[in-house]
Design a binder for this molecule. Structure first.
Ligand SMILES: *Cc1c(COP(=O)(O)O)cnc(C)c1O
Length: 378
């Protein structure tokens, strides 16, 4: 049996161990420490924002973004439907009403026209959203200009879930710089990893200081343990921040490697006429975190391709199942791209994510390409 090819495994550079050893040698192995400070500074500089806060996960960063915006029980948020459940889980758990917005076909991200319909309905109903949550899917930015203009016109703050798009750009600016609050994830399958972690970013440095306080159990400045509010234990450990710094030093190479892998898939598979790749609008420089395609042959389903790949010990995945189709959100309000046209549902039904790890060898890629060709010919 061939070695297993994973969807998006961690890719170590060798620089991580040096940083981890520094942490051990200096006994900074607790949460907080010099690597955490430097990782925050380096990430804020890279993205071009004023402040960053290293946390235990991207989900924790989303939770704190909601806290900072005062989103609470009974409030409403608007969110991209085509995403991973972690985008909305912190809001769902608070008892917040999650209203879902479809994708546009050109970027697969939030449809500005569907968002406009949703906002107009909110105005009519007199129930205004506390936040709009954007997701940069599979490493590709949303079309920020029309979306941010709409949100600004209605005075709604934006949370940018850039968990999958670290290193991607919109009109030349880094993703993660567009939200009032933005987040990254360093989960094991992301473009870089700390083995688990996240970052909250903002140009509002004061708000991030508030988040820092809430993320470290919200202790009042008193000589004893005193709390005017209660917080969370969400900080990143200094050991993991060391791994993150070692990874971050290679972010450009990692993005380039994923884009190269994408280009090879396109070159070898587009000619079959049976697949179409995730489009790239001219304003987007995606990371190609995952190579995603849709199947054009009605006779071939993504699940049959997945099964064939699995038999050959290759890990692939369907496209995210949109939130408005999830049992947990049955009955949630949803705004399709156009009346009678549900773009995200179509992408889910026909879409497939191929192995895209930046450490993939050419031989491994060849195996995936042959396996996909076989599956398409079945
Ligand atoms: C991975 C991911 C998250 C969650 O990040 P964690 O660090 O795993 O908590 C949130 N949103 C999206 C779109 C993701 O892909």
């Amino acid at each position: 049996m061939n070695d297993r090819i994973y969807l998006s495994p961690p890719h170590l550079s060798g620089d991580e161990m040096k940083r981890v050893e520094e942490a051990f040698a200096s006994n900074w192995i607790a949460p907080l420490g010099p690597h955490v400070d430097a990782f925050e500074r380096e990430t804020a500089e890279f993205v071009g924002v004023k402040a960053a806060l290293a946390l235990a996960s991207g989900t924790a960063a989303l939770h704190l973004a909601g806290e900072l915006l005062g989103v609470s029980r009974g409030d409403r948020v608007l969110c991209s439907s085509l995403t991973f459940a972690a985008t909305v889980a912190p809001f769902y758990h608070k008892g917040v009403e999650c209203v879902f917005v479809d994708s546009e076909p050109d970027s697969w991200n939030m449809s500005p026209q569907a968002l406009e319909m949703a906002l107009n309905d909110c105005v009519r109903a007199g129930k205004f959203p506390k936040a709009v949550i954007l997701v940069n899917l599979y490493g590709q930015s949303c079309d920020m200009d029309p979306i941010l203009a709409l949100c600004a016109r209605h005075g709604v703050p934006v949370i940018e879930d850039a968990a999958e798009s670290l290193g991607g750009r919109y009109k030349g600016s880094q993703t993660g710089s567009f939200g009032k609050f933005s987040i990254f994830s360093y989960n094991g399958n992301k473009i870089i990893t700390t083995s688990g972690g996240g970052m909250l970013l903002s140009n509002d440095a004061e708000a991030l200081e508030r988040a820092r306080f809430l993320s470290a159990q919200a202790r009042d400045p008193a000589p004893w343990y005193q709390h005017s509010v209660l917080g969370w234990n969400y900080r990143m450990s200094n050991v993991l921040a060391g791994i993150g710094r070692g990874q971050m030093a290679h972010i450009h190479e990692r993005v380039e490697a994923r884009c190269r892998i994408f280009a090879r898939y396109v070159q070898e598979l587009e000619g079959t006429g049976s697949v179409e790749f995730m489009p790239k609008p001219e304003w987007s420089e995606p990371t190609r975190w995952l190579t995603v395609l849709t199947l054009r042959k009605p006779a071939v389903s993504p699940l049959s391709v997945l099964e064939h790949l699995e038999r050959l010990n290759i890990e692939a995945r369907p496209v995210w199942k949109p939130m408005h189709l999830q049992p947990v959100f049955a009955g949630a309000r949803y705004y399709p791209h156009e009346e009678g046209r549900d773009v995200s549902a179509g992408l889910f039904r026909s879409g497939l994510c191929l192995p895209s790890g930046s450490g993939m060898t050419e031989e491994q890629q060849g195996r995936v390409i042959e396996a996909v060709k076989d599956a398409l010919a079945l």
